[in-house]
Design a protein around this ligand. Structure first.
Ligand SMILES: [Zn+2]
Length: 490
């Protein structure tokens, strides 16, 4: 017996050694230093910029769901106003109007051999629900500037970025800045519904011209004041975004009166199918996605136990999975999520319907494809009679994962370090969808980052109530985008 215990102990010592060694090797990836170009000296009137953001919010450029009437007039009015508000920029950049309301600007660089920089933002906003209007402290489309904030729908999403980019470009154009590298600005008008007429069309135009940008940068992430892992500020650069797909599950059985039900009905068959799909195994892992890179980047700020666990997923994966699985926010980062959301059955309580339908929403992790998820769902319902499973609409796949060792990532990191001093920079995964998903083919890398520091309260306003952007953040964003333009294209 003694030799077995000896062997076990030796094994434990060896495993302990491997764990310690791997933990010590678990350090942030080196950052390319070449990109640490200083931010430009920039003189501008922050209050005037805030007033202009307020003015932009007053144009009710609302995207509506299919079937509702869409009003183009505010978009057209906003476009003419932008022209008058940013004359220096409009003088140096060539503007193209795409599909009626999207705006594609090209500020030609002096060296055509350099790959352009592509800056993205969107012109549209989500509606304000009537019932929630009473909870707004300022009228949602007033664009009021009060208590150091610009208030209103779109203040952050995404007129804040739109206006900050234009303010920065206008100040630079005014000061005589001439880019070596071409700067392309693509502002879509339907990001909140599909991006098809805006971003998708503009990406196609660029692709047809043979444009291959150095990188594209869009909304999606920023510096968050309190990161759940470190408790402190972290600048998250979105290197990928999740896909979106909704499964329609249909069950059929004999219709009839509820006083004499068959053993199974469309409703019971559907319930079984929904439960099986909800419980089907979907991989949950730190590796194979942005999560492990994020933890690695934050390693110096993390408790030793967490660092050791992340560095040794081969050993601790059961514990890690349990921890991650218990926290919806963390789980969303490391796996494709499954959420049954809508049900349709009989029209009356005493009628057994011949058909029952469920919709299940998936957010696809970059490691999964819609085809592999559909195959697994079909496998899961095997054996349940008369159940069909199909995508309700063509799915959006997850984006490709952009590099964290490119010089463009280093440039954005350098900009983020100036915008939010002291905040470590880490790659992140965007859980929602942005226009940037259409630009994968026309840019070497696609990043999602706004140089602003957001508190939880700021984030709650996005698509919610009392959306606002602090004048301080607007100033930070103008400086950040100007930094990116001069350091990247100067
Ligand atoms: Zn947005």
């Amino acid at each position: 017996m003694r030799w077995i215990i000896g062997l076990l102990l030796a094994g434990l010592v060896a495993i302990g050694g491997v764990v310690a060694w791997r933990t010590s090797q678990f350090v942030p990836a080196p950052v390319v230093e070449a990109a640490a170009v200083a931010a430009p000296e920039l003189t501008f009137d922050a209050d005037a910029a805030a007033a202009r953001l307020g003015r932009a919010i007053q144009f009710e450029t609302i995207s509506v769901q299919e079937g509702q009437t869409w009003n183009a007039a505010p978009f057209t009015a906003q476009r003419s106003w932008l022209e008058s508000a940013y004359p220096a920029f409009h003088a140096v950049a060539q503007r193209e109007i795409v599909n009626g309301e999207s705006l594609l600007f090209t500020w030609a660089g002096s060296d055509a051999s350099l790959a352009p920089i592509l800056l993205l933002a969107h012109l549209d906003v989500v509606p304000v629900e009537e019932w929630s209007r009473k909870d707004w402290t300022s009228e949602p489309f007033s664009g009021a500037v009060r208590d150091g904030f610009v208030w209103g729908r779109g203040a952050i999403d995404d007129k804040g970025s739109l206006i900050a980019i234009l303010e920065a470009a206008n100040v630079l154009a005014q000061s005589g800045f001439k880019p070596k590298r071409t700067l392309i600005f693509a502002f879509g008008h339907d990001e909140e519904v599909s991006g098809r007429d805006g971003a998708q069309a503009m990406a196609k135009i660029l692709a047809d011209r043979g444009v291959k940008a150095w990188f594209a940068m869009d909304e999606g992430q920023a510096t968050i004041a309190r990161h759940p892992m470190t408790g402190g500020p972290v600048s998250l650069i979105g290197i990928a975004e999740k896909g979106y797909a909704t499964l329609r599950v249909t069950a059929s059985a004999r219709a009839g009166h509820s006083s004499m039900p068959d053993k199974d009905t469309a409703v019971t068959l559907l319930s079984e199918a929904v439960l099986r799909i909800h419980r089907m195994p979907i991989e949950m892992k730190l590796e194979g996605g942005p999560a492990i890179d994020m933890i690695r980047a934050l390693a110096p700020q993390l408790p030793m136990t967490l660092r050791a666990a992340a560095a040794n997923e081969w050993l601790f994966s059961p514990v890690i999975n349990q921890e991650l699985g218990a926290d919806p926010q963390a789980a969303a980062l490391v796996r494709t999520t499954v959420a049954p959301t809508m049900l349709e059955g009989g029209p009356k309580e005493n009628i057994i319907p011949g058909r029952a339908v469920a919709w299940i929403n998936f957010r696809l992790h970059p490691r999964d494809t819609s085809a592999s998820i559909l195959a697994r769902a079909q496998e899961a319902v095997k054996g349940i009679p008369d159940v069909t499973v199909e995508w309700d609409r063509p799915p959006n796949e997850a984006s490709a994962v952009s590099s964290t060792t490119s010089d463009s990532y280093a440039l954005i990191s350098a900009m983020a370090r100036v915008a939010a001093p002291g905040a470590p920079v880490a790659p992140g995964l965007v859980l929602g969808g942005t226009d940037s998903r259409y630009y994968g083919g026309v840019a070497e890398n696609v990043y999602r980052f706004a140089p602003a520091i957001y508190e939880g309260e700021d984030i709650a306003g996005i698509h919610g109530k009392n959306e606002r952007l602090s004048v301080e953040n607007l100033t930070r964003m103008i400086r950040g985008y100007a930094h990116l333009m001069t350091a990247g294209a100067g």
